[in-house]
Write a protein that binds this ligand. Structure first.
Ligand code: MSP
Length: 641
C-alpha cells in the first residue's frame, strides 16, 4: 500500500515579512516532503498565511489601509519568497480564502450543535500580541512572558468552547501515544499544562471591538477568535469535509511548529478536533528558535534576518543545508554568518564539492570522460551506502535531519579517504583496470550521497547528477539495489566547482550585503576570539574574583526548569548550593564526584526559587557546553590564580 505523508507549517501572520525564523519551518517541511516523495510516498505539503484578528486589524489601521489590503500585500511576499528557497507547497492557504471560511463555519456549527460552545461572560487579562487571555499564574512579573508587556483587563460577553470537558481525554491520548507531541520535553510541557484544570476557551470577539474575522455563523454580532480560525486551516488544506481522501491524509498529519505556539497546537487543537468528531492529527513536532547571536530572530525582537540577501551571497542550497544541518529539532540554534561560512567551506566545498571535482578530473584525465567499469564485488563503500539508505527512513520518522545529513557526509568523507588510500592516479600506471574500479566506487558513492542530499539541496545535487550523466528524474530512495546502477561508459560532464569556497577575509565586505540594514547595532562580524573583544582589566581587578576548585557532592534537576541543575558542592571548609544552567548538557548523575571550578565571591541569587551561592565555569561553543575542570587531582577549596 502506498504510504501517505501530510506535512504542515504554521501559517504565518501577515504582520511581518518572512525572515530566517519563519523560513526555517517552511524549508524543513519542504525537505521532509521531498524525502517522502523520494521514498515513493503520496505526499501533501501545506503552508500559508494567517490573516485575521486584532493584531492585523490594528496594524492596518495604523497604516490607514483596509486589513485585506495589508493581508494581500504581505501574504504575497511569503508566496513569492518560497520558490527562491526552492519551497514548493502543494497548497498555499490563506485564512481569507472562501473555502476556508466555509470550513470554519462548518466546524463552529458542528461543535455548537454538539453542545460544546456556550455563551458567557468573562473578565480577564488579555495580551494583544498573543491575542489571548492570560491567567495571573502564566504572567511573569505581571507581564506577558512573550511580549513583556502588561496585559489589558477586558470584560465582555462571548462564546466559549468547552475545552475543559476534554482535559482527561487529552491527557490519556498523550500518555498512550508517545509520539503525538515530540520531542519529549514538549510532550512533558503539555502534560505540565494539563496538571492544572483546563479553562474553557473564549472563541469569539464582539464586532463592536473587532470586525476583521470570520463571522460566527450563529450570531452575527461576533467574529471568530483568530486561533480557532487559523488552526482549522490544516483541515481546509486537504479538502475537509468534502474531498474523498482528506481522511487518509489526515490520519498521517505531521504538524511542524516552533516552541512559541505549543499551547494552541498541543491543547486547543486536539480538543477542538475531538469536539468536532474528527480524529487527532498524528504528530506535533516542535522545534526551537533560531537566535541571531543570542537574540531570537523575529520582527518583534527587532532582529529580522531576511532570506533574500543571504541567498544572493551563499545560494539557496547552501542556506538550506546550513539550516537543516545546524538545528537539532527541539533545541535552539545559533545563526551566525561565520557558522554558515564554516559549514559551507568544510562540508560543501571541501568534502562534497571537492569529491566531485576530484573524480571528474580523474575520469577526464584517464578515462576519456566516461564512467569506468566497476569491480565484480563491491567494496566497503557499498556497505556504507546501503547502511545509509536503511537509516534514512528511520531518522526521517523522528525528524532527525541533522543526523541524516551527517551520515551522508560520513559517506562522502569515507569516499575521499578511499581515494587517498587507493590513489588511483598512481595505480593507473600499473593497473588501469583497478584504477578504474576505484574511481567507479567513488563515483557510485558520490551518486548515492547526492540522491540522499537532493531533498536538502535540490539544485546543486541535480546539477551534480547531471554531470555524472544521471538525471534525477524518476529516482526513488530505494534501500535495496541502489549500488551499481551507474552504467560504465556513461559520458560525464565537466564544470565549475559546485560550491566555491568563501574566503574568510572576504566576509567583512560581504556582510553589509547579507544583512542589509535590517540589523543595526549588533556585532555581525565573524565572532573574534573572546579575549580580543573583551575590555582590558588590570591584574588587581581580576584578582577580586575568587575562583576555587569544588567537588560536586550531589546534583538534581530544578523543578519546572529544563535548563537548571541544583548542585551541592564541597569547598573544603564548607559546602554550598549552586544553581547552574547546564541541565541540557549534563545529567545530574554524571556530575557527582567531579571537580569543577566555581566563582565563590559572587552575590547569592535566587533562580527558580533556589538560592545559588556562586557560579560554576563552563566553556560554550555553538549550542554545546563543556565544564571547566582541573587537570590533576586537586583538593576541594584549592584556589585558582
Ligand atoms: N499565525 C501563528 C501560527 C498559526 S498556525 C495555525 C503564528 N505565526 S508567526 O508568523 O508568528 O510564525 C510562527 C512560527 O514561525 C513559529 O512558530 C515558528 O515556527 C516560526 N518562527 C518564527 N521565528 C522563529 C525563530 N526565530 N526561529 C525558529 N522559528 C521561528 O504564530
Amino acid at each position: 500500500m502506498t504510504q501517505i505523508f501530510y506535512v504542515t507549517t504554521p501559517i504565518y501572520y501577515v504582520n511581518a515579512e518572512p525572515h530566517i525564523g519563519t523560513s526555517y519551518t517552511t524549508i524543513l517541511a519542504d525537505t521532509l516532503a521531498r524525502y517522502h516523495r523520494l521514498l515513493g510516498h503520496r505526499t501533501f505539503f501545506l503552508t500559508g498565511t494567517d490573516e485575521h484578528g486584532d493584531r492585523i486589524a490594528r496594524i492596518a489601521a495604523t497604516n490607514g489601509e483596509h486589513p485585506q489590503v495589508l493581508a494581500d500585500r504581505i501574504s504575497e511576499k511569503f508566496r513569492q519568497l518560497w520558490p527562491h528557497l526552492f519551497v514548493h507547497p502543494d497548497r498555499f492557504i490563506r485564512t481569507t480564502d472562501p473555502d476556508h471560511i466555509r470550513v470554519v463555519e462548518h466546524v463552529l456549527k458542528k461543535v455548537y450543535d454538539a453542545g460544546d460552545i456556550y455563551f458567557g461572560e468573562y473578565g480577564g487579562l488579555y495580551c494583544l500580541g498573543c491575542e489571548r487571555f492570560y491567567t495571573e499564574k502564566e504572567l511573569v512579573d505581571g507581564l506577558c512572558p512573550d511580549h513583556k508587556v502588561a496585559p489589558e483587563f477586558i470584560q465582555e460577553k462571548n462564546y466559549f468552547f468547552r475545552m475543559s470537558k476534554y482535559q482527561e481525554w487529552l491527557g490519556n491520548h498523550i500518555a498512550t501515544h508517545p509520539d503525538f507531541i515530540r520531542p519529549e520535553r514538549y510532550r512533558n510541557e503539555v502534560l505540565g499544562f494539563l496538571r492544572d484544570p483546563l479553562e474553557d476557551l473564549c472563541i469569539s470577539r464582539p464586532t463592536s471591538r473587532l470586525t476583521w474575522g470570520i463571522p460566527i455563523p450563529f450570531d452575527e454580532r461576533y467574529v471568530t477568535y483568530v486561533w480557532f480560525d487559523a488552526l482549522i486551516n490544516y483541515l481546509t488544506g486537504i479538502g475537509y469535509p468534502h474531498s474523498s481522501d482528506w481522511e487518509s491524509y489526515w490520519a498521517q498529519a505531521e504538524h511542524l511548529i516552533g516552541k512559541d505556539i505549543l499551547k494552541p497546537h498541543g491543547i486547543y487543537w486536539p480538543t477542538m478536533l475531538r469536539a468536532a468528531g474528527i480524529p487527532p492529527f498524528a504528530h506535533l513536532t516542535v522545534h526551537g528558535y533560531w537566535n541571531f547571536e543570542d537574540t531570537k530572530i523575529s520582527k518583534s525582537v527587532g532582529t529580522p534576518l531576511a532570506p533574500l540577501p543571504l541567498l544572493k551571497v551563499f545560494g539557496t542550497d547552501a542556506l538550506r543545508y546550513f539550516l537543516m544541518r545546524d538545528m537539532v529539532v527541539g533545541l535552539d540554534a545559533r545563526f551566525s554568518v561565520a557558522a554558515l561560512v564554516s559549514r559551507l567551506n568544510s562540508d560543501l566545498a571541501n568534502d562534497f564539492g571537492n569529491l566531485l571535482s576530484r573524480v571528474t578530473r580523474l575520469v577526464f584525465t584517464h578515462f576519456d570522460g566516461r564512467v569506468p567499469e566497476g569491480p565484480d564485488e563491491p567494496g566497503a563503500l557499498a556497505d556504507q551506502a546501503a547502511a545509509l539508505l536503511q537509516t534514512i527512513p528511520q531518522e526521517l520518522e523522528e525528524i532527525r535531519l541533522h543526523n541524516i545529513i551527517e551520515e551522508i557526509l560520513q559517506l562522502v568523507r569515507a569516499t575521499n579517504r578511499y581515494l587517498e588510500a587507493n590513489a588511483p592516479w598512481k595505480l593507473v600506471g600499473e593497473s588501469p583496470k583497478r584504477a578504474g574500479e576505484v574511481i567507479y566506487e567513488a563515483l557510485e558513492a558520490l551518486r548515492i550521497a547526492a540522491i540522499c542530499l537532493s531533498p536538502v539541496m535540490p539544485e546543486k545535487t541535480a546539477e551534480l547528477l547531471a554531470r555524472l550523466g544521471q538525471p534525477i528524474e524518476g529516482f526513488r530512495l530505494d534501500p535495496h539495489g541502489q549500488w551499481g546502477r551507474l552504467r560504465a561508459g556513461t559520458r560525464m560532464a565537466q564544470g565549475e566547482a559546485l560550491f566555491p569556497r568563501i574566503a574568510e577575509d572576504e566576509l567583512p565586505a560581504l556582510l553589509p550585503e547579507i544583512l542589509g540594514k535590517s540589523i543595526q547595532g549588533i556585532e555581525v562580524t565573524p565572532t573574534p576570539p573572546e579575549e580580543e573583544k573583551a575590555e582590558e582589566i588590570s591584574l588587581e581587578e581580576f584578582s577580586r574574583v575568587q575562583l576555587r576548585v569544588a567537588r560536586v557532592l550531589s546534583a538534581e534537576r530544578v523543578q519546572k526548569s529544563d535548563k537548571l541543575l541544583k548542585l551541592r558542592i564541597d569547598l573544603g571548609h564548607e559546602t554550598r548550593q549552586i544553581v547552574a544552567g547546564i541541565a541540557e548538557h549534563y545529567t545530574p548523575e554524571s556530575l557527582i564526584g567531579r571537580s569543577i571550578v566555581v566563582v565563590t565571591n559572587l552575590k547569592p541569587v535566587k533562580l527558580r526559587g533556589e538560592e545559588s551561592q556562586g557560579m560554576l565555569l563552563a566553556a560554550t561553543f555553538g549550542d554545546d557546553l563543556s565544564l571547566i575542570t582541573v587537570d590533576k587531582d586537586t583538593p576541594s577549596g584549592a584556589s585558582i590564580h
